[in-house]
Design a protein around this ligand. Structure first.
Ligand code: CDP
Ligand code: CDP
Length: 225
């Protein structure tokens, strides 16, 4: 059966990973959350107290970063392993979220992540979500989606997720983080977040997860014919 790559880009917390995971399960493809790599790299530098502004220190440490993914059969997700340690539970908090876009704007960091992402996708059969998948990582992906939802819906979705493990978190903190990341991600010099010319825009503000899956499955089926 023909295999394709599916690139899913868009703003933070609009449901990219959710649809990517659903699709990968249906199609028996590999799902890669590329943001997890930038989050793990951010964790590495924060642990070493190296600021995103300290480019020299980042250059000299970058060869010490080794990332790979391991499949968690319980969550049905590929989780990121940083230098031998599964860091999935350490990379979703607000501290990482507040720092990640600054590190993700650095050329050396993007080079490391993109090379690994491209190698994972070379044999097709990958659904990857992120910010530059359709424009930079897989410019030849057979299906490209650009997802969006209103800021209010996105804030509410992410707030509900985070408050379960961080009960003190406020909606305002979440909203501010999403707004700041979207701004930095869209305005950075290297591979800014933008819609690929051949991407299909999907606003899922008013769609349930089942509705969005049904819509995207139709798009995939067209590409597989
Ligand atoms: O899930 P959420 O939308 O909160 O973000 P994420 O996908 O985990 O990505 C975290 C951050 O990593 C983004 O805000 C970007 O700064 C960066 N990122 C990127 O630059 N390029 C990608 N392909 C994926 C993520
Ligand atoms: O990957 P991204 O940051 O774009 O978003 P996500 O982590 O896939 O989704 C953020 C939250 O929105 C999750 O808790 C999803 O369950 C929820 N969601 C939803 O409620 N309705 C949708 N149509 C899509 C996602």
């Amino acid at each position: 059966m023909k295999k394709i790559n599916i690139a899913i880009d868009g703003y933070s917390s609009c449901g990219k990973s959710t649809i990517a995971k659903q699709l990968a399960k249906e199609l028996q493809y590999i799902f890669i959350d590329s943001g997890a790599m930038y989050r793990a790299i951010t964790l590495f530098f924060l642990q070493k107290n190296i600021a995103a502004s300290d480019i020299e220190a980042i250059r000299s440490e970058i060869s010490n970063i080794h990332l790979h993914f391991e499949f968690n059969t319980t969550t049905q997700k590929n989780e990121v392993v940083l230098n031998g340690v599964n860091v999935e539970s350490q990379i979703r908090n607000l501290n990482i979220s507040n720092n990640v876009s600054h590190y993700a704007a650095i050329a050396e960091i993007r080079k490391l992540a993109v090379a690994q992402q491209q190698s994972i996708g070379k044999n097709k059969g990958v659904v990857m979500d992120g910010r530059d998948i359709g424009t930079e990582v897989f410019p030849d992906a057979e299906l490209k989606l650009f997802m969006t939802a209103t800021p209010e819906v996105r804030t509410e979705r992410r707030y509900k997720e985070l408050v379960a493990t961080q009960p003190d978190i406020t909606r305002e903190e979440v909203r501010k983080n999403l707004e700041e990341r979207d701004y930095i991600d869209s305005h950075r010099e290297i591979s800014p977040l933008r819609q690929a010319d051949d991407a299909i825009v999907l606003d899922n503000s008013n769609l349930t997860m089942d509705e969005q899956l049904a819509l995207v499955k139709n798009m995939v089926n067209e590409k597989l014919q």
